[in-house]
Design a protein around this ligand. Structure first.
Ligand code: ZN
Ligand code: ZN
Length: 361
């Protein structure tokens, strides 16, 4: 990741959708426009990384003269722009930073959370990639290097999330002297989120002037020349397991996926790790507490992505919904699972994964 957190618009005075200065503080720093009703959410910013593998080595980049952690090592990556899918962002960052075209093979590690000084935090999605091209440093990158585990400059890695990523890869490799070249079995798919699309910004948050689209997720003000960035929003959910059964809820008749069964899921709040979001949403929507033990899948479109975990229920009865997201809540075993057509959004993929893993029997 070579870019800085660039969304300095959190406290800027103008609504980016209608240009009004009538913004009022809601909770946790989210701000609502009284003129058009749009909320400017202050969610964790999404980052996509490319773990490019060749012959047991991965491609590391040394950060150039950047503001945050200059001269340290990490993998290519950067912010996902609004309208861009996470794997497309990983491929674009690899190309911008090392000049290679990559083929994305799948998600290579569980998502990670990186704390940031503004309290918003980043959510990192890392993808396994291969390339036929020879990398060279580009953009804000000072040096590129293929590294086996023994060759990684462990003391000079850029972020705690970089070290967690690389240690996790070594831990699941059959040979500790080589990085693995396969992706773990998790469900992934590009599917419409079913949530309302994010409005595209039209007005500068700093001066109210007109914005002009520049690149994916990037706009510039035609009046004051400041840059403006928008990103997909992260959501997370947790499938609670008990005695080989999974907890699903039936969606209210007046929401998307009406009458179909889904796992609890919701938006990440500022500073929240995706596992925390997942556990909080499960409890709020079902009254059950569970541990976000394993990654089941990640699903995306250009406006949202959803991270789904599975783990054992530890407490609570699935009797009452604390928030009326669902009209019914039920535990399903393999024989009683609703058919794919009665499942909403990612639930068809994740319940198939649970059966495949033997977690639902
Ligand atoms: Zn507005
Ligand atoms: Zn402006």
């Amino acid at each position: 990741m070579t870019s800085l957190p660039t969304d300095a618009a959190d406290d800027a005075p103008y609504c980016t959708v209608c240009g009004s200065p009538r913004l009022v503080e809601r909770f946790l720093g989210h701000r609502r426009c009284e003129a058009c009703g749009t909320t400017r959410w202050r969610n964790p910013l999404p980052v996509a990384e490319a773990v490019i593998v060749r012959d047991g080595r991965i491609l590391l980049i040394r950060r150039g003269d950047v503001e945050r952690s200059p001269g340290t090592w990490t993998v290519p990556g950067g912010f996902i722009g609004l309208g861009e899918t996470p794997p497309a962002a990983a491929a674009r960052e690899a190309s911008e930073e090392t000049g290679v075209n990559v083929r994305i093979l799948g998600l290579v590690a569980p998502p990670r959370h990186l704390s940031t000084p503004d309290g918003r935090g980043h959510v990192l999605l890392s993808f396994l990639a291969v390339t036929e091209d020879e990398p060279r440093p580009a953009h804000e990158v000072a040096e590129v290097r293929w590294c086996a585990p023994d060759e990684v400059p462990w003391a000079a890695l850029a972020f705690p999330t970089t070290e967690a990523l690389l240690r996790g890869l070594v831990a699941r490799s059959a040979d500790p002297h080589r990085f693995p070249d396969d992706a773990p079995d998790v469900a992934t798919a590009e599917i419409p989120s079913g949530r309302a699309p994010q409005p595209r910004p039209r007005f500068c948050p700093h001066c109210g002037g007109p914005l002009v689209a520049s690149a994916v997720g990037v706009w510039q003000c035609a009046r004051c020349a400041s840059w403006h960035y928008e990103n997909p929003r992260a959501t997370a959910g947790l499938l609670a397991l008990r005695d080989g059964r999974v907890l699903l809820g039936r969606r209210r008749p007046d929401v998307t996926g009406a009458g179909r069964w889904a796992g609890p899921s919701g938006h990440a709040e500022p500073g929240e790790a995706p596992e925390e979001t997942a556990m909080r949403e499960l409890f709020e929507e079902t009254g059950v507490r569970a541990v976000a033990e394993r990654l089941a899948g990640v699903f995306w479109d250009g406006d949202h992505f959803e991270i789904v975990y599975a783990g054992p229920a530890v407490d609570g009865d699935a009797a009452a919904s604390h928030r009326p997201e669902f009209t019914e809540i039920e535990w399903f075993d393999r024989a009683s699972l609703p058919p794919a057509g009665a499942l909403h959004h990612s639930a068809a993929y994740t319940t198939a994964w649970l059966v495949r893993q033997g977690l639902v029997r």
